[in-house]
Design a protein around this ligand. Structure first.
Ligand SMILES: [Zn+2]
Length: 358
């Protein structure tokens, strides 16, 4: 007999939206998204030190109740110090080619009946059935170098891209993580083209000067798909309170990254101890965004699982993406209501998408 009465839902949330996963980059590098993380681990012995111990597979996402992911098109610049990847770009055309290859991967993936590419607001509800088993994929270009010239953003939109983050490290468009600076001339042009095209601006990774300039120039919908709070982890990769407030003034949603180095000050991936970071650290970042907002309608999850770190670098209670519901349990343990949890785990992102997609 089940311990749970029918009035008690199996899981403490309706569905999860994860606003940042580098699915195609990993797949092109040989990690089969359709295999579970545990199956990948068997194939990857010893684990690849650059990628870390696998945490993501389609089976875990579906099991966790993830119904939408923002999946990246991310091309690696050859100038990137570490890790060195085989397929990197030195020219805009090479960046374009790499991102097109990832786009083709997603188009192929969408032939699987369990996957649906989300292009418009009318695509959303079909994947949100809590009993369903489909994953909606929203395409997010992380680092805009694959856009060869600003006007080409229209071509990417027609191909299905709905969100563009101009920066990663610095790009031809924007200052980025560890590479401060304003938007370039091309970057300013890109803001106008993105707004006219109806693209969502992802400010994660943007250098502060670029960030504020972009918010002035771009009047469309804005998010930070995967950024934590600088007041807790003081590096330029995270958002200052002033940046968070500027995002909130635009009704943005901010995705908390589930990477220990971004969750706790001074945690380092090399030689670090997984158990030092727990879901209580995740709650601190989410709570800080909620406190600045004065509500619980602007925080979300952008796990970045598979973004260059593995199971050893995520909070103690988490092993694979199947554990994502535990974030909701942790919020419940400190008094967040069921409605708040539903919103933070998925509802806030869905509301943003319904407002921003064509
Ligand atoms: Zn990133």
């Amino acid at each position: 007999m089940s311990r749970k009465s029918p009035s008690q839902p199996e899981k403490p949330f309706r569905f999860i939206v994860d606003a940042h996963e580098d699915i195609a980059f990993n797949a092109v590098q040989g990690r089969d998204f359709k295999l579970s993380a545990l199956e990948k681990r068997k194939l990857e012995t010893p684990p690849d030190s650059d990628k870390g111990i696998a945490t993501v597979g389609l089976p875990e996402l579906l099991q966790a109740g993830v119904r939408i992911v923002f999946a990246t098109l991310w091309a690696a610049p050859c100038s990137m110090p570490e890790p060195k990847v085989e397929q990197c770009y030195e020219t805009p055309q090479q960046a374009y080619d790499l991102a097109r290859k990832q786009l083709e991967y997603y188009n192929d993936l969408a032939k699987d009946p369990r996957i649906r590419l989300i292009r418009s607001r009318s695509d959303i509800d079909s994947v949100l059935d809590p009993e369903g088993s489909r994953l909606g994929v929203v395409l997010l270009m992380e680092g805009a170098d694959p856009i060869v010239v600003p006007k080409q953003v229209r071509e990417w939109f027609e191909a299905g891209v709905r969100i563009v983050g101009p920066a990663w490290h610095a790009t031809r468009y924007s200052g980025g993580t560890h590479m401060p600076g304003p938007l370039t001339g091309l970057g300013r042009e890109l803001m106008g083209e993105m707004e006219r095209t109806g693209i969502i601006l992802d400010t994660s990774h943007m250098a502060e000067a670029s960030f504020f300039e972009a918010l002035e120039l771009f009047h469309g919908p804005v998010i930070a798909s995967h950024s934590n709070c600088r007041t807790i982890v003081p590096t330029d990769r995270q958002l200052s309170d002033e940046m968070i407030s500027a995002l909130l003034a635009r009704e943005a949603v901010i995705g908390t990254v589930l990477y220990n180095e971004f969750l706790q000050r001074d945690w380092k991936q090399t030689g670090a101890i997984k158990s030092k970071v727990t879901l209580s650290d995740v709650v601190k970042h989410i709570r800080h965004v909620c406190d600045l907002a004065g509500d619980r309608l602007h925080a979300g999850i952008g796990s970045d699982f598979d973004g260059g770190f593995g199971s050893g670098s995520i909070p103690a209670e988490l092993d694979t993406a199947a554990d994502l519901p535990k974030v909701g349990e942790a919020l419940g343990d400190v008094g967040f209501s069921q409605t708040d949890i539903d919103n933070i785990l998925g509802g806030n992102w869905v509301r943003m998408l319904k407002r921003a997609l064509p």
